[in-house]
Design a protein around this ligand. Structure first.
Ligand SMILES: *Cc1c(COP(=O)(O)O)cnc(C)c1O
Length: 385
């Protein structure tokens, strides 16, 4: 059988390996100088004032919700087309979640639907504290429109940009936080830049950054400016709130910092792969991704939609042909855990129709032209069968 083509794969260079080895030979495996260097690098790339590195995007989403004051009885809304972590983070805080249906073209949170739901909730006194738009596939949501709808009601915004580091919206990098309070990135190996496991929260707010720094490390600080004790001895630190151990290690940060050198290259290569798919699929009956005029996608995923009645057959054919297709995502609220919270089919029709048709094709920097042609040929064969 022909070689297996995964849907995503990390790209590790000799420079990445050397950077990790340097940390292993250094004095600090964690809480040394590399985590802050990685944070500064990402913050500078985004044009944001602060970046807080943590051990996963899930952790970043959790401390982002906490920093915005999400607690028991609060409401948080996100997109149904996301990894469960976007929504679970709100549940960790004791909040109730709901889902805003997606735009049928971009598959991202629909700003008009959000505005409508917020107006209704305002009338009923059930406004969410936070909304978490998700940049599915690496394409930014229409953040200007989402911000306009949310700020009308004083609702705060966390961007789940786990797919979107290196992408842009309205000419600015995703992570600039022009239209949000906090933006979160994931560095899981399938994502655009990896640290093994890891995540980061970026923000322009001093107070939010400070709260997230406390929460990632047990709620502990040694910063003299933050201590409650006026004349502390040398050994002194304070636990000021109930935080977590969500720290990133210097080993992981070294990989991420080194990977940042190639971010532009990664994005350029992913755009090229997307262009080849777009051309390859122009002639056959599959729906290729629509791009919002203001969004420059980072192309974490390349998703096609095929007729619902052929969906499972096409998917199975591709898997059987050694092509590691996937589906990102089943609407979160259809997961058994969420159904037990009271959600049922029909809640977000556009997301469910996407789920009936979507297939994620292989996209990663090292995919070869031959492999990509094989994907296109097998998709063509499968949809016309
Ligand atoms: C990967 C992902 C996460 C979780 O990232 P981790 O770093 O694995 O915790 C959250 N949201 C989305 C949209 C993701 O794709």
């Amino acid at each position: 059988m022909a070689d297996f083509i995964p849907y995503g794969r990390q790209s590790i260079s000799d420079a990445d390996i050397a950077a990790v080895l340097d940390v292993l030979k250094s004095d600090f495996l964690t809480q040394g100088p590399v985590v802050p260097a990685f944070e500064e690098r990402v913050a500078a790339m985004c044009g944001a004032s602060h970046a807080v590195a943590v051990n996963s995007a899930t952790s970043a989403l959790h401390i982002a919700c906490l920093a915005l004051g999400v607690g028991k009885g609060d409401r948080v809304w996100t997109s149904p087309l996301t990894f469960v972590a976007s929504s679970n983070a709100a549940l960790y805080c004791g909040a109730d979640v709901d889902f805003v249906d997606v735009d049928p073209d971009t598959w991202n949170m629909c700003p008009a639907r959000l505005a409508e739901m917020l107006d209704k909730a305002a009338g009923e006194g059930t406004l969410p504290k936070v909304v978490i738009p998700v940049h599915l596939t690496g394409q930014s949501c229409d953040m200007a429109a989402i911000h306009a709808a949310a700020s009308k009601h004083g609702v705060r915004i966390i961007e789940d940009a786990s797919h979107a580091i290196g992408g842009s919206f309205a000419g600015k990098p995703v992570g600039a936080c022009e239209y949000s309070d906090i933006t979160v990135f994931s560095f899981h190996p399938v994502k655009i830049v990896t640290t093994g496991e890891g995540g980061m929260a970026v923000t322009n707010s001093d107070a939010l950054a400070e709260a997230m720094r406390l929460d990632r490390s047990h709620g502990i600080t040694r910063d003299p400016a933050l201590l409650e004790e006026g004349d502390p001895p040398g050994w002194y630190y304070e636990q000021q709130r109930l935080g977590f151990n969500y720290r990133m290690t210097d080993i992981n940060a070294a990989l991420g910092l080194s990977q940042m050198d190639r971010l532009a290259q990664f994005i350029e290569r992913r755009r090229e792969i997307a262009r080849v798919y777009e051309e390859g699929f122009a002639a056959i009956g599959v729906t290729t991704p629509t791009q919002h005029r203001d969004a420059g996608s980072a192309w974490h995923l390349y998703v096609i939609r095929v007729p619902a009645d052929r969906h499972r057959a096409v998917f199975d054919h591709l898997r059987a042909s050694g092509i590691g297709v996937n589906l990102h995502y089943m609407p979160v609220y259809l997961q058994p855990y969420y159904r037990r919270l009271g959600f049922s089919p029909g809640h977000c029709p556009e997301a469910e129709s996407y789920y009936d048709e979507a297939i994620s094709l292989p996209i990663f920097p090292a995919i070869t032209p031959e492999q990509q042609q094989r994907v296109i040929d097998e998709v063509a064969k499968a949809v016309s069968a």
